[in-house]
Ligand binder design. Structure first.
Ligand SMILES: Nc1nc2c(c(=O)[nH]1)N[C@H]1C(S)=C(S)[C@@H](COP(=O)(O)OP(=O)(O)OC[C@H]3O[C@@H](n4cnc5c(N)ncnc54)[C@H](O)[C@@H]3O)O[C@H]1N2
Ligand code: MOO
Length: 400
């Protein structure tokens, strides 16, 4: 029996139901930028690792902090960052620099600009607040504290922070290995397209999206509308051990639309072919006999992008052990239209929240507005209207 067309949100759920989590690997933190964390990370040291000065100035003893009137302290030998800590002596004012260990007995650090120096003495004319200009041991992170505990894409700030916390290795998900098959007799590359050919936009676009999402591209081929060639490409991708196959084009009902029959011919199981959505209506989702997800994205470029942005990212999230994506905004209105419309939009932060503009040129062959878009409005299909970023950055916040 032919699978019937399903609602957009049901289709997303179907993908999640049949996608699976990928294996893990351990990487040095320095190599893990852009990778998805798979296990919680625990601080391996206190940060700061010891009480340290926050300013260049003078370490002043606790017992001389609050002395009234001018009080003369002798200036000791400087304490630099990286040097072992030496305790403060009685009536000593120790020159100290930002990041240097605060000597034991210190009550506060007097900033250099406020120091009144006379020869080898420092005149303390005003009382200092206890603890002033001292960074406390572990006030940023404590030894053995869990500092990241969810699947999230590591970014340069995280790489730096985890390094500061003494973390050398992290456990991340392996990169999904994917094959991209671009179908269409009419297609050629931009460098060699003749006047009657169409330049392949989907191949570069889907590849870039997958690379951004952390995938390894094992195979990327342009294939003619030929059943045998399509079946061979599908089988060779499976033989190469890919974790996902993505095709574009040939997904509709035309005489040369051979994706569905080819997917059936290799014994894959189709879960849906067609969703109540525009663009992207003829999208197909199947799994191979060995359970590898196969996506048939429609040929119209905006339809291909929408399919990749929502359906493939849904499978990639499952691979990474992440939950389903939440919209960045959910409006209260709900348009009961039966069909989900996915609109290219520009969202601009304002003082009152966010101003969202639907861009002109919404048909699925019109790419121009993609050059300005930064978001999608998803509306209709019995769901509240929602706003999603143009691409899923896999950086869900902890409170989601
Ligand atoms: N009788 C019907 N016709 C169509 C229907 C339908 O329901 N009944 N659906 C329409 C919708 S909606 C879409 S979307 C398209 C999808 O068709 P296919 O997936 O079969 O794609 P093609 O026919 O191969 O191509 C459609 C269009 O896109 C251009 N294209 C294809 N690949 C690329 C590429 N890699 N880069 C740039 N452009 C590409 C192709 O030249 C065509 O213009 O079907 C409608 N028809
Ligand atoms: O659904 Mo198709 O994507 O309109 O062009």
């Amino acid at each position: 029996m032919k699978p019937t067309r399903i609602a957009f949100d049901d289709a997303l759920q179907k993908v999640r139901d049949h996608a699976y989590a990928g294996p893990c690997e351990v990487l040095p933190v320095i190599m893990a930028n852009g990778r998805i964390l798979a296990q919680p990370v625990v601080a391996q040291r206190n940060c700061p690792p010891f009480d340290m000065s926050a300013m260049d100035g003078f370490a002043i003893r606790k017992d001389t902090l609050k002395l009234p009137g001018d009080h003369s302290l002798w200036i000791g030998e400087a304490q630099f960052a990286g040097e072992p800590m030496r305790p403060l002596s009685k009536n000593e004012a120790r020159p100290i620099y930002t990041g240097a260990a605060v000597p034991s007995g210190t009550g506060a650090v007097l900033v250099k600009e406020k120091a009144n120096i006379a020869g080898t003495s420092l005149l303390l004319s005003e009382a200092l607040m206890a603890g002033a200009n001292i960074r406390l041991t572990g006030e940023d992170a404590r030894l053995n504290e869990t500092v990241l505990d969810r699947p999230i894409r590591l970014n340069p700030a995280m790489v730096g922070t985890l390094s500061a916390y003494g973390v050398t290795n992290v456990t991340v998900r392996a990169k999904p290995r994917v094959a991209i098959l671009v179908l269409g007799d009419e297609l050629a590359g931009s460098e060699d397209a003749t006047a009657d050919q169409i330049i392949d936009a989907n191949g570069p676009m889907v590849r870039a999206l997958l690379e951004d999402a952390g995938c390894s591209i094992l195979q990327h081929t342009r294939i003619k509308d030929d059943a045998q060639a399509i079946c061979e490409a599908l089988c060779s991708a499976l033989d190469n051990g890919v974790n996902m196959i993505i095709s574009t084009g040939g997904a509709s009902v035309g005489a040369k639309d051979l994706l569905r029959s080819s997917v059936e011919a290799i014994g894959a199981l189709i879960y849906f072919h067609g969703a109540h959505m525009r663009p992207g209506k003829p999208v197909l989702f199947a799994t191979s006999r060995s359970g590898v997800p196969i996506f048939g994205l429609p040929g119209n470029p905006v339809a291909a992008l929408v399919g990749a942005r929502f359906f493939i990212m849904s499978a990639i999230r499952a691979w990474y052990g992440m939950s389903g994506e939440q919209p960045i905004l959910r409006w209260s209105d709900c348009q009961d239209s039966g069909q989900t419309r996915i609109l290219k939009a520009y969202a601009k932060p304002t003082e009152a929240g966010s101003a969202v503009v639907v861009l002109p040129g919404q048909q699925s062959h019109m790419m121009r507005s993609l050059l300005a878009a930064n978001a999608w409005i998803v509306q209709g299909g019995d769901q509240p209207r929602r706003l999603f970023p143009l691409f899923d950055l896999l950086n869900d916040r902890a409170d989601e």
